[in-house]
Ligand binder design. Structure first.
Ligand code: SF4
Length: 364
């Protein structure tokens, strides 16, 4: 039974230089048509309403107008009655007290703010449209609206970013009592992004590794637990929605550009906005075999420090993880990358850093 829902808002006010996600430039009339299409999809799919975590991502949900946001959240009200966590992604430059008041009124209790860096020069370099001052105001506004569970996204490995710049970002974020959760990802140069077309060189591997080591060392010193490869949280503020993905629960994906997994089927909703508006059922469906699911369960679960539950694996797949993957588990334990503790198979700190290598053994 689906207990998590992701809704993708495909609009952004401007396009960042590194982005090749499913998004397009905001056009208010298109956004109105998109809202009608979301309503149609929700009616058609008749999903269960007992949803534990609801996540509106993008794109930039805060690029919607106050009225459009209200319409979207009203459409989702039925699914928000039992949510433990209701998150909306927002960018500092287009967030406002009015939009936050609408979110609060509909039960939103977590904001994920697209900060990326506090360094004005770097923010400009990646072609985002806020600055350090605006980040500070947005954090204040979120609190003023009565939403105190705030996550921020940061990036590292940005063009021209030095270790000192990264340290400054980490110190600013970690010293800010308003911020409870930090997701931090390295920049990848995607072929179809502006940076890709400009042939911007990716960050040197060694520098990227040093930056990751610094992040992993610094944030826990400020009380942020490193609970997933790229995610750090103050106790009790771990993302419940993302844990649904990492624990390999089913989730519904709504809107163009969204993905979902339900009843052993992984699907992508139509990627192109016009296909979606025209109700063309152009989407990918992949039936997952038992061995696909066993591997994905491991791949997702080992992203988390707490790892995977051996008894849950057995209950889901009617076989023992230690039997099916005996050789991979032994190899990784011998390398110091995996540990078995009680009912959990979990990665060491080094195992989280070298997760791809850990997983190679499971693929064999
Ligand atoms: S990175 Fe986010 S805000 Fe920037 S263009 Fe892509 S989806 Fe929009």
């Amino acid at each position: 039974m689906v207990k998590a829902m992701y809704v993708h808002v495909p609009f952004c006010d401007s396009i960042c230089a590194y982005c090749d996600f499913g998004r397009c430039k905001m056009q208010p009339q298109l956004a109105d048509r998109w809202l009608t299409a979301i309503e149609r999809e929700l009616l058609k799919r008749q999903l269960p309403t007992a949803i534990s975590t609801l996540y509106i991502g993008g794109g930039t949900p805060s690029a919607l107008s106050v009225k459009q946001l209200d319409t979207l959240l009203t459409l989702l009200d039925d699914y928000a009655q039992q949510t433990e966590e209701y998150s909306v992604e927002a960018n500092p430059e287009n967030l406002s007290l009015e939009k936050l008041a609408v979110m609060k009124a509909h039960g939103v209790n977590r904001i994920s703010l697209g900060v990326q860096s506090f360094n004005d020069q770097l923010i400009k370099r990646i072609e985002r449209h806020h600055d350090k001052k605006r980040i500070d105001q947005a954090l204040d506004q979120i609190h003023e609206a009565g939403i105190h569970n705030i996550s921020i996204d940061l990036m590292y490995g940005l063009p021209d970013q030095t270790i000192a710049m990264l340290m400054e970002d980490l110190n600013l974020a970690a010293n800010d009592e308003r911020i409870k959760h930090i997701s931090i990802y390295s920049l990848t140069i995607e072929e179809h992004s502006k940076f890709g077309r400009q042939k911007i060189a990716p960050c040197d591997n060694e520098l990227e590794g040093t930056m990751y080591e610094l992040i992993v060392k610094t944030l826990p010193e400020y009380g942020y637990q490193h609970y997933e490869i790229s995610n750090f949280a103050k106790p009790g503020y771990e993302s419940k929605h993302n844990q649904m993905y990492w624990r390999y629960e089913d989730y519904a994906g709504i809107g163009c550009g969204a993905s979902g997994k339900e009843n052993h089927i992984r699907y992508d909703r139509p990627f192109q906005l016009l296909n979606y508006l025209n109700d063309e059922e152009v989407f990918e469906r992949l039936e997952l075999s038992k061995s696909d699911e066993m591997f994905e369960f491991i791949m997702m679960g080992l992203r988390m420090k707490q790892g995977i539950s051996l008894s849950r694996f057995e209950a889901l797949f009617q076989c023992s993880l230690s039997d099916v993957y005996a050789s991979a588990i032994h190899q990784n334990i011998a390398r110091g990358w995996l540990l078995i503790e009680g009912d959990s198979l979990r990665p060491s700190e080094a195992g989280m850093t070298f997760l791809n290598d850990v997983l190679m053994a499971f693929m064999d």
